[in-house]
Design a protein around this ligand. Structure first.
Ligand code: F6R
Length: 613
């Protein structure tokens, strides 16, 4: 997905911008570019392809400007090409703009500008922006220092859609303007210099002090100062936020790939998620939540809404909340939820899960729930992300930056947090006995060690990956929460190994999917629930008798049978088991991807944070 970097200070901007873009590569992109303010006007260097290609562009070393904007593009309007890459300039080459988001009424605005004599050279929606700014700038006769800002504000009033813009201009050679609506943008404050980015990790090595822009807020930056304005250009004060993440936490730390590093970080990520939320002999402590018994008793229905892996985490959330709190929970895919008419009212609690906190569908679903009167609670990994600013309440997974596109540690942290949240609700509601809760808390505290133990299956999994990496189809089976794990395992495999896979609730097999089972097809099952072990085993026998090759991941003693491979993992209580049982599957996808020589961290066609619909 598109990424944004900006720099304003006293150092040469171009290397800082390119380095920042390299840090954004994990988001996925198809082209990159920078624009700087030079003595003789604005420069633009851009091309399709990798960020590092920018180093080879003729003239890049001659750029001396100390103010600049930069962008990685992930095509939405127009194919990946040099012309469609950002930054974009207006016809008079006075304004340079980068943009994340989508301008919905760009055709209408383009026709308007064409009527005024403007020409267009790209297929993008963004190219209208510098021209629209030029149009309003030309109409303003007041030549004070905010003339460009007023032009930007007028342009924003015309634009429908989502955007984070960075704007530089030859008419304000010592300033930069940024504004956002429904697309992420942060400003990092340095000493005599300031940074802008769509992602905090990209500029974490420069500063830990950030201003988080809200929708429709403008920032007017110089190297020493940042002025903030609301939608009507009234000055506003903003408080600075300090981010605890360490810049080195965003590096690979000696691992070959970010994904492997993040898989191995899970014991510590889960420890961070638990944090001080489970104090000994005391109720669960969520410093950011203060739900009363009266409020929670008024909730007669919950929704958990998310996309992809985060939605799979939500599936286990449903099991545990329903069991401990006796409140019905529906899990919904955000992109489906937002386009139907969900039955929601003030007695509904809607929980939104998003690692990035910037997923467009999840944010839209949140806004819809709020408009229908529900109480909204965001679970995110990114402090200050859009979802957390929209929601009534926010809690964080604290898993640290997740860079690899395929989500691993965010998932296990989300499932951990949902379990703790269920305990919190149950304690407030007094809906589960103290003994059960005490036992459950103890199991949560043991999770990091169990995940550590599960990681030891790495060599066996690597061997197995060598046997199946050339397969065309792989099937995953599970029952109960093990079905949730099967779904997540299947998604992981598809994403990074490009092998077709499907996950089925084991009991569904004979209602159709078993028709796909033939000689030598690989079927991988997960069994962690002692109440369901026999049922799943009999489904496995059904596929064995049709010639399938079988692997079972299990935390239980299995009845002796003719399964081809069994990998044992530590046992834990049923609602926590997806946290432990997903580990071999994450490793399996990783090793298969490596065996196939694929780019594990940046799988094709995927983006880390899906900020457009
Ligand atoms: C899968 C994956 C995606 C994300 C999904 C939601 O490995 O990474 O399925 O889980 O795009 O992203 P967030 O959690 O940022 O809302």
């Amino acid at each position: 997905m598109c990424g944004i970097i900006g720099y304003i200070g006293t150092k040469k901007a171009s290397p800082i911008l390119i380095n920042g873009l390299l840090r954004l590569e994990y988001r996925g992109y198809d082209s990159a570019g920078i624009s700087t303010v030079e003595k003789n006007g604005l420069s633009i260097m851009k091309d399709k392809g990798r960020v590092k290609n920018l180093y080879n562009l003729k003239g890049i070393d001659d750029l001396d400007g100390t103010i600049g904007i930069a962008h990685t593009r992930w095509a939405t309007h127009g194919k990946p090409s040099k012309e469609n890459s950002h930054p974009h300039m207006d016809n008079s080459k006075s304004f340079s703009v980068v943009h994340n988001g989508i301008i919905e009424n760009y055709n209408e605005l383009k026709n308007f500008l064409k009527g005024k004599g403007y020409n267009f050279y790209s297929q993008t929606d963004t190219e209208i922006v510098p021209n629209l700014i030029h149009y309003y700038y030309s109409k303003d006769s007041n030549n004070d220092k905010y003339r460009v800002l007023r032009a930007v504000q007028s342009a924003c009033k015309d634009i429908k859609g989502s955007y984070a813009f960075e704007i530089i201009s030859k008419y304000m050679p010592n300033n930069m303007i940024v504004v956002r609506k429904d697309s992420p943008l942060v400003i990092g404050k340095g000493d005599g210099e300031n940074y802008v980015s769509s992602d905090i990790p990209a500029i974490l090595s420069f500063t830990k002090d950030f201003y988080l822009l809200n929708d429709n807020e403008f920032a007017f930056l110089s190297k020493d100062n940042i002025e903030f304005f609301d939608i009507n250009l009234n000055k506003i004060d903003k408080k600075i936020d300090s981010i605890e993440w360490n810049a080195s936490a965003a590096d690979k730390n000696g691992f070959e790939d970010y994904m492997l590093k993040e898989i191995y970080e899970q014991p510590s990520a889960i420890r961070e998620t638990i944090g001080s939320r489970l104090p000994e002999n005391e109720p669960c402590n969520f410093e950011d939540l203060n739900f009363s018994k009266e409020f929670l008793s008024s909730i007669n229905k919950m929704y958990i809404i998310a996309c992809g892996t985060a939605m799979h985490a939500g599936l286990t959330g449903k099991y545990v909340i329903e069991q401990l709190c006796n409140i019905p929970v529906t899990v919904d895919i955000a992109s489906e939820f937002r386009y139907r008419n969900p039955i929601i009212d003030k007695n509904t609690l809607c929980i939104f899960i998003s690692q990035s906190g910037e997923t467009a569908d999840t944010i839209a679903a949140l806004k819809l729930s709020k408009s229908k009167g529900a109480t909204t609670l965001a679970i995110s990994n990114v402090i200050g992300s859009s979802i957390t600013r929209e929601a009534d309440y926010s809690i964080y997974t604290h898993a640290g930056p997740e860079i690899a596109v395929a989500s691993t540690k965010a998932y296990t942290s989300q499932v951990t947090l949902l379990n703790i949240l269920a305990i919190y609700f149950a304690e407030v509601l007094e809906s589960t006995s103290k003994d059960i809760i005490t036992k459950f808390k103890k199991e949560i505290l043991e999770l990091p060690a169990k995940v550590e133990e599960a990681l030891k299956c790495s060599d066996d999994i690597k061997d197995f990956s060598k046997k199946i990496y050339q397969e065309k189809d792989v099937f995953f089976l599970g029952r109960g929460v093990d079905y949730n794990t099967a779904l997540e395992a299947s998604l992981k495999l598809k994403e990074i190994s490009y092998i077709h896979s499907d996950a089925y609730a084991a009991g569904e097999l004979k209602h159709g999917p078993i028709a796909l089972i033939e000689n030598d097809v690989t079927v991988i099952s997960v069994i962690t629930d002692e109440n369901l072990v026999e049922k799943t085993i009999s489904n496995i026998q059904e596929v064995i008798s049709r010639g399938a090759k079988t692997l079972v991941i299990s935390s239980l003693e299995l009845p002796s049978n003719n399964i081809d491979f069994v990998i044992n993992i530590p046992h834990t209580s049923v609602f926590l088991s997806p946290i432990v049982s997903i580990i071999p599957f994450q490793l399996l996808s990783y090793f298969i991807s490596k065996e196939k020589g694929l780019d594990v961290d940046k799988p094709r066609n995927l983006a880390k944070s899906v900020t457009v619909e």
